[in-house]
Ligand binder design. Sequence first.
Ligand code: ZN
Length: 341
Amino acid sequence: MDLTRRPRRLRQDRVRGLVSETSLDPSDLIAPIFVDATTDERLPIESMPGHERVPIEQSVARVEEVLETGVEAVMLFGIPESKDAEGTRAWAEDGVIQEATRQITAETDAYVITDVCLCEYTDHGHCGPLEEELRSEGHGERCAHGHGATLTVDNDATLESLDRIAVSHAAAGADMIAPSGMMDGMVAAIREGLDREGYEHVPIMSYAAKYESAFYGPFRDAADGAPSFGNRRHYQMDPANAREAMREVRLDAEQGADVLMVKPALPYLDIVSNIRREFDHPVAAYNVSGEYAMLHAAAEKGWLDLEEVALESLLSIKRAGADLILTYFAEDVAEGLSRNR
Ligand SMILES: [Zn+2]
């Protein structure tokens, strides 16, 4: 037996830090915030303990709480005061995200990233206006209202809306735009819109490989964005596919995405790792609501130590190759990191 090689030598307390390959810093984290135009008080989100929907006038206070923990960036999601088939409140100048962004950027130093999609703004909950699917067999979704048409999201009409939303967010002061709808050509459409209106300096973080995942469940309570019929598998990716993710991501990179995101994170670390190897862009991973909720539920039962599993989850996402992580744990983990310094 050859025991001249002993990896345990480097696991002694005083050397562990020196040889640590991955580190986590509050500046790696982005905290998602829910701004709700339908409420005038903070509403706890039951399936996401510690998170709330806040009214527009509380959005600055909410962001200040995030900044106090050492996290410097927030991602804004909006719940509009009303919805329609086209999602027109998504690009309204006095829309929920536009108002919140103006206030937050005027009063804080937070780096403000805005989610650009239509599902929270359409009354049917899909990520764009609908059209009848021409090749109906097995592709579209039967409309729940039973009028026989097979419906799907109209990709190219959605691109026009995404252009308007992105420009309206940039005009309100958004620092970065994050399209999440998985429409073909969305990054190019938004880049073109931003450049045309003089926002060449505003980067795009594309949800480049976004899977049709059951881990989004709690978010749909939070953002009130569950589709009223069918599901999103016509535009979000099949969890079975890894090679397709590379094709998706390559298209977004070619269209000018500045940051490439994978969503969800933990069940898709292979995708994070593949993208890290293939591209030199910053890679983001979205540690989604279900990943957060399941750890909280287990911790509530006393089965897991919440702080430790949260930290280990985020560390594993970074180790897989993510540079930045969107996570509902941002504040708690950032506080823990500064406490242990
Ligand atoms: Zn959407």
